[in-house]
Design a binder for this molecule. Structure first.
Ligand code: PHE
Length: 451
């Protein structure tokens, strides 16, 4: 019962059997929280933009979320069997068209434009995932990149040109740990056919300083906002944090960068992973028709950062149209000194309900293994059914029990759903109705048998 075609931001797309986008998710494609004045996601974008100023960096904030499978995966050297391509993880309109899973989907087209310099993209991205306080099927990312062109620097000396740009960047007094060698022979080799060690080192150094400056800006603002709130509570005046920020570079893997890193920040007693980045694979520049370019790229999730900046406890709040949420950020985008932590409105009661069922077919590993076909079960499909039936009234969904019947080989699961609205107390009747819809959805869409 999927629609033959869907309309997204005014354009129509034909669906096929790959189609798996719920109506809830479709309805969110027009929200564009990163462009909504004074929304915490938009404020976070502005803070990041302030570290990458024009004219060196150009901003692209209006790319459409519908992209081709080629743009999202192939153009970025994702292998054909990469798990990110699975229908259980990605929202497909049809076999060749999907809702972008990351802002990197636009790297190739921007490289093709060929300009030296840099860019920032901010956009909504889509991933099928769990239901809990830090996951939502739509979130926002920012992508940044910087490129230099061998043919446009004095004497073709790329490394020297990049180090010169690096020298113009501000210094900082953060504590930076960078314990691992930059290259790893299998995961993160030097791109020997394309880069000299000096060139790769120059790009990496420019990347690292730029991103250190970015997280320093973000976390100084988070600390200042927190200090202000503490002071207001104690009736004292805010004390500016004096301790330098601690960060560390950790080796990472992405199909489209080598070498690659994640940047972690020590904040309130924990190491937090805040972004992924690396030296762009030369294939991207070659496919884009600009083989003389070299550069770096990073990607950062905006909700996670906004949750830290404003102490926002639940990711669902970003989608709220409740004035008690929105009014707290008014006027901040144009005056970041007004940033304050979010003050949660009263917490409403939770209501837990369990649903237990048998999966259709038998487990291949189980005893039976009759001709019914093995179980093809993805937890994310259940998460979608729950989101469709109960929307933002579900705080989280957990698998609490699972077993295979020793004789029949059938698999049983029990999930616990926590119904709790951020905005009001749910009535029993309402919760029961939502839970009935969940149960019906599981039977009708996933073919399970309720126990
Ligand atoms: N697109 C990657 C992600 O979503 C992040 C990334 C961007 C990594 C650019 C390297 C370079 O996880």
């Amino acid at each position: 019962t999927s629609p033959k075609e869907v309309e997204i931001n005014g354009k129509k797309y034909a669906t096929d059997p790959w189609f798996n986008v719920s109506s809830t998710v479709l309805s969110l494609t027009s929200r564009k929280l990163h462009l909504q004045k004074d929304h915490p996601v938009a404020i976070t974008r502005k803070i990041i933009e302030s570290v990458f100023p024009p004219p060196t960096y150009k901003y692209y904030n209006e790319f459409d979320p519908v992209v081709s499978t080629y743009e999202n995966f192939d153009s970025l050297c994702f292998p054909p069997d990469h798990p990110g391509r699975a229908r259980s993880d990605t929202y497909y309109i049809n076999k060749d068209t999907l809702l972008r899973t990351h802002t990197s989907a636009h790297e190739a087209e921007l490289f093709r434009a060929g300009a030296s310099g840099g860019y920032l993209i901010s956009a909504d991205v889509y991933r099928r995932d769990e239901v809990d306080r830090s996951h939502y099927p739509v979130f926002h990312q920012m992508e940044g990149a910087r490129v230099w062109d061998r043919n446009k620097v004095p004497n073709g000396d790329l490394a020297a040109a990049i180090f010169q740009d690096l020298d113009r960047l501000p210094k900082h007094n953060m504590t930076v740990e960078d314990p691992n060698p930059p290259f790893h022979p299998d995961r993160n080799p030097l791109q020997v056919e394309h880069h000299t060690p000096e060139e790769a080192a120059a790009v990496a150094a420019h990347l690292k300083r730029s991103l250190e400056l970015m997280v320093n800006e973000i976390f100084s603002r988070a600390k200042a906002a927190a200090a202000f709130a503490t002071a207001a509570n104690n009736g004292t005046s805010p004390v500016e944090p004096t301790e330098p920020l601690r960060v560390r570079w950790v080796e990472a893997y992405f199909p489209f960068t080598s070498p690659s890193w994640e940047l972690e920040v020590f904040y309130q007693g924990d190491w937090l992973e805040v972004l992924g980045c690396g030296v762009s694979k030369q294939e991207l520049h070659i496919i884009a028709g600009v083989p003389s370019q070299i550069g770096w790229a990073f990607g950062i999730g905006l909700e996670r950062i906004a949750m830290l900046l404003f102490q926002i406890p639940d990711i669902r709040l970003f989608w709220s149209r409740d004035e008690r949420f929105l009014s707290q950020f008014r006027g901040v985008e144009d005056n970041l000194a007004r940033m304050r932590p979010f003050v949660p409105f009263s917490k409403h009661p939770a209501c837990y309900k369990d649903v237990s069922f048998w999966l259709k077919g038998t487990s291949a590993a189980g005893g039976g293994g009759s001709g019914k076909g093995a179980v093809d079960w993805h937890g994310n499909d259940l998460m979608e059914v729950v989101r469709d039936a109960a929307g933002d009234c579900v705080e989280d969904v957990r698998l609490v029990d699972e077993f295979v019947h020793p004789k029949t080989g059938r698999r049983s699961m029990c999930y616990r759903i926590n119904y709790r609205s951020l905005e009001r107390t749910l009535t029993n009747a309402e919760t029961n109705e939502m839970h009935d819809r969940v149960v019906r959805g599981l039977v009708e869409r996933l073919g399970v048998e309720i126990r």
